[in-house]
Design a protein around this ligand. Structure first.
Ligand code: ADP
Ligand code: MG
Length: 249
C-alpha cells in the first residue's frame, strides 16, 4: 500500500539545513494498522505529510497504492490525496463556522461528488462515529473526543484506502482516547490501512506493529514484523466498503 525507499527530506533556511528524513525506508501492507513513535523532532510528522502527499521530498522513491508519486504534478497529487487518503490531526482541524455536516462536506465537494451521494456518505460517516443526531451542531458545542470523532467521520466519508493520523488522541483524556482508538480499530477491520503517530504506549500496543523513528530514520528497535515482511502480508479479503460501524464511547 505504502512503499518508501531511501526517501530524504531537508528543510533549508538561510541559516540552517535540517534533515528531517534521511534514507527513510518503510513498507506498509494493505490492511495493516501501524503505530509510529519516536522522540519529538525525529521526523514523524514529516513522514506522514510526505505519505499523505502534503509535502514533497528530495530523494528516494515513494509508491502509494501501486503508483509512483514522484513525477506527479500538483493537480494529480491533490486528486490522488483526495481520493485515497484521509487525515486526522491532533488538533482536529474542524472549521468552527461550519456545522458537522458541512465540515464533512468540504473534501467531498472538492471531489465534485453529486449532492445526494455526499449526503449519504456524510450521514453514514457521522452515524458511524455516533454523531448521527448532531448533523447541525457546531464543533464548539462538542467535547474534544466528539470533535475528533467528527474529524474521523470527515476522513472516512471519502472512503480512503489509507488513513493517516498524527497523534489523534494527543489532546484527549484517556477515556476519550480509548473511544477514538476503538473507532480506528473498527475502521481498520473494515479494510482501511491506518498509519498513526502516537506517544501513548496504550495506543501503540493496540496497533499490529510499531515503527520507531529516530533521527529521520526507522530505528532497528521497531517492534513487530520487519519492513520486508510487511510487504508480504496478504491483503484482507474485503475491500474498503461502505462503513457500518456502531460507535462506542
Ligand atoms: P516530529 O513530528 O517527530 O516531532 P517533525 O517531522 O515535525 O518531527 O520535524 C522533524 C525535523 O524537521 C525537526 O527538526 C523540525 O524542526 C524540522 N522541520 C519540520 N518542519 C519544518 C519546516 N517546515 N521548516 C523547517 N524545519 C522543519
Ligand atoms: Mg509531529
Amino acid at each position: 500500500m505504502l512503499h518508501m525507499h531511501a526517501v530524504s527530506k531537508a528543510f533549508r533556511t538561510e541559516l540552517v539545513e535540517t534533515h528531517a528524513l534521511r534514507a527513510f525506508d518503510l513498507n506498509v501492507a494493505e490492511g495493516e494498522f501501524v503505530a509510529v513513535t519516536g522522540p519529538s523532532g525525529s521526523g514523524k510528522t514529516t513522514f506522514l505529510n510526505i505519505a499523505g502527499l502534503l509535502e514533497s521530498f528530495s530523494d528516494g522513491r515513494y509508491e502509494l497504492d501501486g503508483e509512483d508519486v514522484r513525477g506527479l504534478g500538483d493537480d494529480a497529487r491533490s486528486r490522488l490525496r483526495n481520493q485515497k487518503i484521509g487525515f486526522v490531526f491532533q488538533s482536529f482541524n474542524l472549521i468552527p463556522d461550519l456545522n458537522l455536516f458541512d465540515n464533512c462536506d468540504v473534501p467531498l465537494r472538492y471531489r465534485r461528488l453529486p449532492a445526494a451521494e455526499r449526503k449519504r456518505r456524510i450521514e453514514d460517516a457521522l452515524g458511524a462515529v455516533g454523531l448521527g443526531s448532531r448533523l447541525r451542531h457546531f464543533p464548539a458545542q462538542l467535547s474534544g473526543g466528539q470533535q475528533q470523532r467528527v474529524a474521523i467521520a470527515r476522513a472516512i466519508a471519502g472512503s480512503p484506502r489509507l488513513l493517516l493520523a498524527d497523534e489523534p488522541t494527543g489532546n484527549l483524556d484517556s477515556q476519550m482516547a480509548r473511544g477514538v482508538m476503538d473507532l480506528l480499530e473498527e475502521i481498520n477491520a473494515q479494510g482501511t490501512t491506518i498509519v498513526m503517530v502516537t506517544h501513548d504506549p496504550a495506543m501503540s500496543a493496540r496497533a499490529h506493529r510499531t515503527v520507531r523513528i529516530v533521527d529521520g530514520r526507522v530505528s532497528e528497535a521497531s517492534a513487530g514484523a520487519e519492513d520486508g515482511d510487511a510487504a508480504r502480508v496478504e491483503p484482507p479479503a474485503r475491500a474498503p466498503a461502505p462503513l457500518r460501524i456502531v460507535a462506542g464511547a
